[in-house]
Design a protein around this ligand. Structure first.
Ligand code: 13P
Ligand code: SF4
Length: 325
């Protein structure tokens, strides 16, 4: 795992990824962030959807939701700044109740997390007694606390199969749930949640890309609707897509997901031309260099999870982390 001490400085990390003029402009704030991290013994964890200035310039560790949860468990920093959305910060707090977890903007939410409440899960459990509840990490701590086990898009199939039952309740992403159902014999009871970014892609749009660019490789996130996934050459989590691109290095590629991903990976795969449909996640885009700096300066916004909820949610998250993938 990389650390701030062994890596080149932030400006060096951005060289060749963003224009030199931009590096010069943001250099001072990046330096300020480095100094504050040192002073606070803080680490900045960044989701793959962060913009390159944050992803390559300000963060210490980067990854998909599963990797971020693991990093939060492993870090020996006193303070974790989550450059991502609220459920990611909450998950970091759940697995690390003695650490300070900060989210630079409290409004950085998620349409999936908004799609279900703990009370909804309690009603489902009454309706399907004895059927285990598998909950996507894109949910509130309250919902996780009502669940048997969490999953991410990296491990959803393995988590569902790890339970050894013939039926599970899968919450809250209907499209991820439907995709899991195509990969397993386990019967999946769905909830109607969806991601406001991924549900906008269409199969027709992707067929258009193929017609215009014969040979293009299509990578899609499993939060996309089934007609989109049917067109994909690879379906996987954000890090799954990045690894696929770095390994296969195709001539042309489209990543059917939030658009900052392509910006972050393009410099590492220079021989590949990225076609970039630009669907932005407005929640992820609330995180900026300025509010990361302010969060470290003023120690805001601290994420709190009531102890009884955190304790039950932790069991569901740790059960997920124990599943081998
Ligand atoms: P990953 O777990 O694949 O990083 O996905 C998180 C997310 O919010 C996708 O929209
Ligand atoms: Fe939530 Fe979708 Fe944004 Fe991911 S991209 S944080 S699932 S709204």
């Amino acid at each position: 795992m990389s650390t701030t001490t062994t890596r080149p400085g932030p400006a060096e990390r951005l060289r060749g990824i963003v224009p030199d003029a931009e590096i010069a402009a943001i250099g001072p704030i990046l330096e300020e962030i480095e100094e504050l991290k040192e002073r606070r013994n803080a680490v900045v964890l960044a989701h793959n959807y962060m913009t390159p200035d944050i992803f390559h310039g300000a963060s210490d560790l980067r990854g998909d939701s599963l990797a971020l949860a693991k990093m939060a468990v492993d870090t020996d920093a006193d303070v974790i700044v989550m450059a991502g959305v609220h459920f990611m910060a909450e998950t970091a707090k759940i697995v690390n109740q003695d650490k300070t977890v900060l989210i630079p903007d409290l409004e950085a939410g998620c349409s999936l997390a908004d799609a279900i409440t703990g009370a909804d899960v309690r009603l489902l459990k009454e309706r399907y007694p004895g059927v285990p509840v598998v909950t996507y990490v894109n949910t509130s701590a309250d919902v996780k606390a009502e669940s048997d086990i969490c999953c991410t898009s990296s491990n959803a199939v393995q988590v569902v199969e790890s339970l050894g039952t013939d039926r599970v309740i899968f919450l809250p992403d209907q499209y991820l749930g439907r995709w899991v159902a195509t990969q397993t014999d386990v019967d999946i009871i769905l909830w109607e949640g969806s991601c406001m970014v991924h549900e906008r892609f269409t199969g027709e749009e992707l067929r258009g890309y193929r017609e215009m660019n014969p040979g293009i490789q299509i990578l899609a996130h499993p939060e996309c609707p089934p007609d989109v996934l049917a067109e994909a050459d690879y379906v996987g989590s954000t890090s799954g897509m990045i690894n696929w691109a770095k390994t296969e290095r195709p001539r042309q590629l489209v990543m059917v997901t939030e658009c900052s991903m392509s910006d972050n990976v393009a410099a590492e795969v220079p021989e590949t031309e990225f076609i970039r449909p630009c669907n932005l996640c407005p929640h992820m885009k609330r995180i900026t260099l300025h509010n990361i700096r302010d969060s470290l300066l003023e120690m805001k916004h601290e994420v709190h999870v009531p102890a009884d909820i955190a304790e039950r949610a932790r069991i569901a998250v740790e059960r997920m982390l124990a599943v081998q993938i």
